[in-house]
Design a protein around this ligand. Structure first.
Ligand SMILES: CC(C)(COP(=O)(O)OP(=O)(O)OC[C@H]1O[C@@H](n2cnc3c(N)ncnc32)[C@H](O)[C@@H]1OP(=O)(O)O)[C@@H](O)C(=O)NCCC(=O)NCCS
Length: 139
């Protein structure tokens, strides 16, 4: 049994703004620090839950043939257990098999950069005054 067997990762697809405002944001907002958790009408979402509690989320924003990976947050009490890794792997598998996308990109915080590099993303310099690293991947 691995450390996060009780965590489920689910693809939700698009979500209504009311769900974002009333459920998702309150569950994770206190854990965001400087990284924005933004609603996009066209965004597609993955949720991580532990015993029914929302413990993480991640968003894919389709931008033509490019998949923008954004708004990934894991609740601070549940970090270091590989939940982000699972959310990330689920999104990457989806965009690689979906057929809409030829590339992916993201603006990474220092906390997420190691994961994206491990999945083959390439760093293309700092953005937002050094707070983020812009990474890209050809699919
Ligand atoms: C980034 C974040 C989502 C990681 O969630 P997590 O579930 O704790 O991450 P994991 O347990 O899957 O670990 C993923 C990797 O991040 C690394 N990591 C975790 N916390 C870290 C930290 N504070 N500093 C640097 N690296 C860190 C882990 O070592 C791991 O790398 P490895 O697989 O190469 O060893 C979480 O810290 C978070 O919500 N941070 C605030 C929001 C944020 O920065 N989101 C990223 C948006 S681009």
């Amino acid at each position: 049994m691995s450390y996060n067997d009780d965590v489920t990762v689910t693809y939700l697809g698009a979500i209504p703004k009311t769900y974002f405002d009333q459920v998702l944001k309150p569950a994770l907002w206190g854990s965001r620090k400087t990284v924005p958790l933004q609603y996009d009408q066209a965004g597609e979402w993955w949720l991580a839950r532990s015993e029914g509690q929302i413990v993480g989320c991640a968003c894919l924003l389709p931008m033509g043939s490019k998949a923008r990976l954004k708004s990934a947050i894991v609740h601070k009490d549940f970090r270091g257990k590989g939940i982000y890794d699972r959310l990330f792997a689920a999104r990457l598998e989806f965009i690689q098999n979906d057929g809409r996308f030829s590339s992916a990109d993201a603006f990474c915080s220092p906390m997420s950069l190691t994961t994206l590099l491990r999945y083959g993303f390439v760093a293309n310099g700092k953005r937002f005054g050094g707070a983020s690293t812009y990474v890209t991947k050809v699919l």
